[in-house]
Design a protein around this ligand. Structure first.
Ligand SMILES: Cc1ncc(COP(=O)(O)O)c(C=O)c1O
Length: 431
């Protein structure tokens, strides 16, 4: 936008789009650009675009004006220098890791990750020759011990799914930077304005757009935001220092034009990962996320308010053994990182075990709550992670990830709080 420092509520509505609307049509809303390719003015124009001497549209696997507005808007919300949209949060994670680490390299990650991410790191990355070393969240002695000369990045979820531990991002950033490594934060559970992880030292922030940013359970997408200015010239980042066979022998830490050097990660992700491996976000999905992001600040405040009320209610419920909600269970970290609200997810353990948790989950499946594997919808959602989202994990990994058998995860929606609480009370009568 302009030189003015706008508030997040304003950026959520305007950032990334020309103030006079769509530059081609003057349409006020962001149009969906459904095209596979873009005309070159002539061969020189095409050659300049391919040679990165001029920036512009080439082919829609790489770039699309609808996606571009979304990427710029999320970058503005996070205070980043650049962003790339991808086909899912999962793709955003995979292509971020493989944009930094290659076969023979290692990463250090917190052990309390979303089940899909854990499996990706634990079971898929090793097939590409990348080893993940997991450490308990916020155990900085363990992080320090896990970092070695092969480590290329440190990865953590801002608020872990589903155990809801708040990561001490500044602590992680201090260790990562001491070793010259980037810190990557998956902030899906704490979108702006709850958290701006780059302000706390993260170098890259990832979101699944499929959750609160979209907000309506109507699409799958992901984004990675780059703070800008990370020093990739250390030779240990071979993908940035050796001539890249994936892009005309370019050395991404050295050969980019000056204005692009600070965003070398994003340029490489676009020109190598997205261009040649194809995890592109469809522009229709980008458009849906743009509708969601406009109301994100309003929605996430209400999600947080409702979730806090649910957590407090469950704390005094006779059939509930324990409740976790960041501002109640980790008040100091939540006050530091989530001062505007602690997000829309509450987890609790019923008295009993897995059977009781499943009974309550089934009983809640009704007019307010739906049983399904998602969070961040306007509608309230419920799931028993140990038997679903995290069922691929061994008992030991479940324990390390904080996923107890009696744990139920609630994604609290935007319904009236009295209706949400009444639905939960009714469901708890099942045990
Ligand atoms: C914290 C977190 N990160 C990433 C993902 C993956 O996102 P997507 O479903 O868009 O691939 C999820 C999905 O639940 C998630 O909870």
């Amino acid at each position: 936008m302009s030189k003015r420092q706008y508030h997040i509520e304003t950026l959520a509505i305007h950032a990334g789009q020309d103030a006079h609307g769509d530059p081609a049509t003057n349409a006020r809303a962001v149009p969906v650009y459904r095209t596979t390719a873009y005309n070159f003015r002539d061969s020189k124009h095409g050659a300049d675009l391919f040679g990165l001497r001029e920036l512009g549209n080439i082919y829609a696997r790489l770039m699309n004006p609808t996606n571009d507005v979304l990427a710029k808007r999320i970058a503005a919300l996070e205070g980043g220098a650049a962003a790339q949209t991808l086909s899912s949060g999962t793709a955003a994670i995979f292509f971020t890791i493989t944009n930094i680490a290659r076969a023979g390299d290692e990463i250090v990650a917190a052990s309390n990750l979303y089940g899909g991410t854990f499996s990706q790191f634990d079971a898929i990355l090793p097939n590409a020759g990348i080893k993940a070393n997991f450490t308990p969240v916020n155990d900085f002695a363990a992080v320090e011990a896990a970092i070695n000369e092969k480590t290329r990045l440190v990865y953590v979820e801002a608020v872990g799914n589903p155990a809801l531990d708040v990561a001490d991002i500044e602590g992680y950033a201090a260790i990562a930077h001491r070793h010259g490594l980037p810190l990557i934060v998956d902030a899906t559970f704490a979108p702006p304005p709850l958290l701006r992880a780059l302000d706390h030292g993260a170098d890259l922030v990832i979101h699944s757009l499929s959750k609160w940013i979209g907000g309506h359970g109507a699409g799958i997408g992901g984004v990675v935001v780059e703070k800008g200015g990370f020093d990739w010239t250390n030779p240990k980042f071979a993908l940035y220092n050796e001539p890249d066979a994936g892009y005309h022998g370019l050395r991404f830490a050295h050969d980019l034009p000056e204005p692009l050097k600070p965003i070398a990660f994003s340029i490489r992700l676009l020109t190598v990962g997205i261009r040649n491996q194809g995890p592109t976000l469809a522009p229709d999905a980008a458009w849906i996320f743009l509708q969601g992001v406009e109301s994100l600040p309003l929605r996430i405040a209400r999600h947080s308010e409702n979730a806090l009320a649910v957590a407090k209610h469950l704390q005094s419920h006779p059939k509930v053994a324990w409740v976790k909600y960041p501002s109640l269970t980790q008040p100091e970290l939540a006050a530091k990182y989530l001062p505007n609200g602690a997000g829309g997810v509450v987890v609790f353990g019923v008295k009993g075990g897995s059977d009781e948790a499943r009974k309550v989950t089934d009983a809640a499946n009704g007019e307010i709550f739906s049983i399904l594997a998602n969070v961040g919808d306007a509608k309230s959602l419920i799931i028993h992670p140990a038997s679903t989202t995290h069922s691929q994990l061994s008992d030991e990994d479940l324990r390390k990830g904080g996923v107890a058998p009696e744990l139920i995860r609630l994604s609290i929606g935007l319904e009236h709080i009295d209706d949400i609480i009444a639905a939960l009370d009714e469901a708890l009568e099942a045990i």
